[in-house]
Ligand binder design. Structure first.
Ligand code: 8YV
Length: 322
């Protein structure tokens, strides 16, 4: 196996401690406060051959590292990395698919149930002693029964969510850039058509220019007054202001959100809404799954520097050869 201990791996910002530990064991680990070219000395800039991170990596930062070969992104979503630019420059980008699929799908189902059945509010009722003092918690206005579900983004996680919901006995349709082969659910060629056909929309779509504010006022209007919107993908895919308005004026019934436009900031207007169930981006955040993601980040670096073959390259850089 090729020797890797002399190879410098840059880590801008924070990184999962298990990933940092393993990078330290196998490479030369170089921390940087943030991914800002101004913080790089000439010496560090030319030494760096790999990068591991969970932060924004833009074209300018990639250009500032002349010997960069690979960016190992912590997370399946890599919208924060300019992968198209990396691909054009012959820099490999990897992400962490598969190892988090079931965890995120489980979270999506939990969030959907929390949203329609008000489970967090019911628990708060008990914890505040109100069950004993005031009696039973009110009947939830919503239910999962009788719903029909649309999934925006039928990738690995979308399919795992669909499989779970099929087990709940609910009809499923989806919108994706292209129909997905072997997927038995009804395909819609655009998001508006999907939102018109269903009353429960789950977004698993990736971030980036192509999906920016795709869930807009018109889509929410089409979902209708019984409509439930769940977002487990990226906050950027939703027009957050339009969503707040739709929740406040009854255009849709409720929303369950794990992701937001400007994390970790969540608008006060959203927090104030009783028909929004909110989570702090915990889709994949169990100890075991985050450890598996950390391992995949480092395994991609090791595989690249020993065999020149990454384990999980992203589509934009699949052509890049070591
Ligand atoms: C993580 C995620 O929160 O994988 C993703 O795309 O959004 C999450 O699993 C994120 O990657 C941590 O930076």
């Amino acid at each position: 196996m090729a020797e890797t201990s002399e190879i410098t791996i840059l880590v801008p910002g924070r990184l999962h401690p298990h990933a940092a530990r393993r990078i330290e064991e196998n490479f030369r680990l170089q921390w940087l406060d943030t991914a800002d070219p101004a913080l790089l000395s000439n010496e560090i800039a030319s030494a760096v051959r790999g990068l591991a991170g969970m932060t924004r990596i833009d074209a300018a930062f990639i250009d500032a590292l002349p010997n960069l070969e690979i960016i190992a992104n912590f997370g399946v979503g890599y919208d924060a990395v300019d992968a198209a630019h990396a691909g054009r420059k012959g820099v490999m980008v990897t992400n962490t698919p598969d190892v988090l699929t079931d965890e995120v799908a489980d979270t999506a189902i939990g969030l959907l149930l929390n949203t329609v059945r008000e489970l967090p509010r019911a628990e708060a009722w008990l914890r505040e002693g109100r069950w004993e003092r005031e009696g039973a918690y009110r009947f939830s206005r919503g239910s999962l029964r009788g719903r029909s579900v649309g999934i925006f983004g039928m990738g690995r996680i979308g399919q795992a969510i669909a499989r779970r919901l099929a087990g709940f006995g609910l009809p499923i349709a989806y919108y994706n850039r292209r129909p997905v082969e072997g997927v038995p659910y009804t395909y819609h060629g655009d998001l508006l058509s999907l939102a018109t056909a269903v009353d429960t929309l789950i977004s698993v779509a990736p971030g980036g220019a192509a999906t920016e504010k795709a869930v807009n006022a018109q889509v929410l209007q089409a979902l209708g007054p019984e409509g439930v919107f769940v977002n487990i993908g990226r906050g950027s895919t939703v027009d957050e202001e339009a969503l707040i308005k739709a929740l406040a004026d009854g255009t849709i019934f409720a929303a369950g959100l794990d992701v937001f436009a400007h994390e970790p900031h969540v608008p006060e207007a959203l927090i104030a809404l009783e028909n929004a169930s909110l989570l702090p981006h915990v889709g994949s955040a169990s100890v075991a799954t985050r450890q598996a993601m950390a391992d995949l980040v480092v395994d991609n670096l090791l595989s690249w520097f020993t065999t020149r073959k990454p384990i999980t390259p992203v589509a934009e850089t699949e052509h890049v050869r070591g």
